[in-house]
Structure formats: structure tokens, C-alpha cells
Design a protein around this ligand. Structure first.
Ligand code: ADP
Ligand code: MG
Length: 257
């Protein structure tokens, strides 16, 4: 067997296609530039490793099931002035994941809550962290399902292995007491163990209405915000950016005692 075919056999056996592809060019460069054997080995192996990381990232992004692909780079901070670019960029470094902290994004529809939640989630996937993205309604359905099958505890434990869960759109639909309790369990279970990103179109003062009872809401908010970055987005919907905003009715404010 020639050296070339022996090598391609070895690359296949090691499942290292990126290294196999890179080999001819790297070997040529190594000869021309008189690399040490170590430098050559390092170049070949790191080619394979970065290709795997990139693919792993894509795999994690697919399994997280983000509803769209958004990045922090495409977030327009001149339109959304209520949040500091510096704060978001710091979140993008993902220290909050290591610290097992949460991120809560509040604001009216269209202000970029889901965009930021997705973009941070994608950053986490690319950094090697597993993520699941679901709306609050979907989380409740998933947990209710597990509960019906008598495996709620197993499910919550399984979810703990994900360093980041995103719970989008809390408050779009009010919860019945059962649903509220499941959400509370999810939040409590992750408390100081793993991170959550939660978005809501309702201020905390209206969460009593969402969860049907002020005490449950207060307990949930308490757990959620104890170690958290809270982003309060303001202003008009980005979707109306190029439209005449003068004709829009004034936003309703939630008044609660
Ligand atoms: P929300 O979840 O707050 O209702 P989204 O994040 O879904 O709003 O934003 C609505 C649309 O506008 C999305 O396509 C999003 O990418 C875009 N968008 C919102 N805010 C910004 C922004 N500041 N810069 C760039 N795109 C934005
Ligand atoms: Mg949204």
C-alpha cells in the first residue's frame, strides 16, 4: 500500500476528514517553510479540531430549535437605545453561564427580546454549550407531558444537563394554576445550578396576572432575578421602523396594586 492510500485509510478510520483534506497543502507548506514536526502535527490536528467545533456548534444550534437565526452583531443599538451595547457584549462573553446566572429580557412586542435571547443562545452553542429554546407555552406542554408519563423529575434532571434553557414569551398567554406550577418548578430547579434566559412582554408588576396569583409570581420572580441580568427594552417595535408611528395607539400600561 502506498503512503498516500495508507494515510487516507488512517484518516477514515480516525474519522478525520478535515485533516485528510488539509494534508496535501499543509505538507507542501511545511516542506517549503521547513516546519518542525511538532508544528506540522499541531497544524494538522488543529484543522480537524476547529472543523469539529464548527460542526458541533451547528449541531447544537439545530437541536436547540431556535425559531430564527439572529446574531448580536446584527442587533442595531442605535434603534434600541434602552440597552447598552457594552452590557450585551459582556453577556455575549457568556460569563453568566459559568456563574449559572439568568438573563431576563422585558419589553413590548418587537423590541428585540427574542432576537437577543436567540443571539445569546447561538453564542452558547458555538462555545460548546447545549441549549434548548422553547416558548413558555411549549415548556409547559413539555413538562406537563413528562408529568403525565410519571417522569417529571427525570425530565427536570435531564434538563439540568443543559447549561442554558431559553424560555421565550412569558405572558403572551396566561397560565392556569397547573401550568404556573410547572413553570415555577422549572425556574426553582435551575436556581443556582444552570442558566435561564426568560423573555416577557409584561413587566414584573403584571406577572401576578400571568400566573394567576401574586404569591406564585413573586416567588418565581425572586428565584429568577436573584442572580440575573435584567434588560428592560423600551420603545417602538423594530418591525415598524420604517413606518409612520404617529398613527399608533398609545401602549397600555399594566396597573396593579
Ligand atoms: P420581540 O421578541 O421583542 O417581540 P423580536 O426580537 O422578535 O421582538 O424582533 C422583531 C424583529 O425585529 C426580529 O426580526 C428582530 O430580528 C428585529 N429586531 C428587533 N430589534 C432589533 C434591533 N435593535 N436591531 C436589529 N433587528 C432588530
Ligand atoms: Mg419575541
Amino acid at each position: 500500500m502506498s503512503a498516500t492510500s495508507e494515510l487516507s485509510h488512517l484518516f477514515r478510520a480516525l474519522k478525520a476528514p478535515a485533516a485528510a483534506r488539509a494534508l496535501p497543502k499543509l505538507a507542501e507548506r511545511a516542506r517549503a517553510e521547513e516546519w518542525t514536526y511538532e508544528r506540522f502535527a499541531e497544524a494538522l490536528l488543529s484543522t480537524e479540531q476547529s472543523s469539529r467545533e464548527a460542526h458541533g456548534g451547528e449541531g447544537r444550534i439545530r437541536s436547540a430549535r431556535f425559531p430564527a437565526r439572529k446574531t448580536l452583531e446584527e442587533f442595531d443599538f442605535t434603534f434600541q437605545r434602552s440597552v447598552k451595547k457594552q452590557v450585551i457584549e459582556h453577556l455575549g462573553q457568556l460569563d453568566f453561564l459559568h456563574a449559572r446566572e439568568n438573563v431576563v429580557v422585558l419589553g413590548p412586542p418587537g423590541t428585540g427580546k427574542s432576537h437577543l435571547a436567540i443571539a445569546l443562545g447561538i453564542r452558547a452553542c458555538l462555545a460548546g454549550r447545549r441549549v434548548i429554546f422553547r416558548t413558555a407555552t411549549e415548556w409547559v406542554a413539555l413538562l406537563a407531558d413528562a408529568q403525565r408519563q410519571g417522569r417529571l423529575d427525570d425530565e427536570l434532571r435531564r434538563l439540568e444537563r443543559y447549561p442554558l434553557l431559553v424560555c421565550d414569551e412569558v405572558g403572551y398567554i396566561p397560565f392556569d394554576p397547573h401550568a404556573a406550577n410547572l413553570m415555577f418548578m422549572l425556574v426553582s430547579r435551575r436556581y443556582e445550578r444552570a442558566s435561564l434566559i426568560v423573555t416577557s412582554n409584561k413587566p414584573f408588576s403584571a406577572w401576578g396576572e400571568i400566573f394567576g396569583d401574586d404569591a406564585t409570581a413573586a416567588a418565581m420572580i425572586d428565584r429568577l432575578v436573584h442572580h440575573a441580568e435584567i434588560l428592560s427594552l423600551k420603545g417602538d417595535s423594530y418591525r415598524l421602523k420604517d413606518h409612520d408611528l404617529g398613527a399608533r395607539p398609545a401602549p397600555q400600561t399594566a396597573e396593579r396594586a
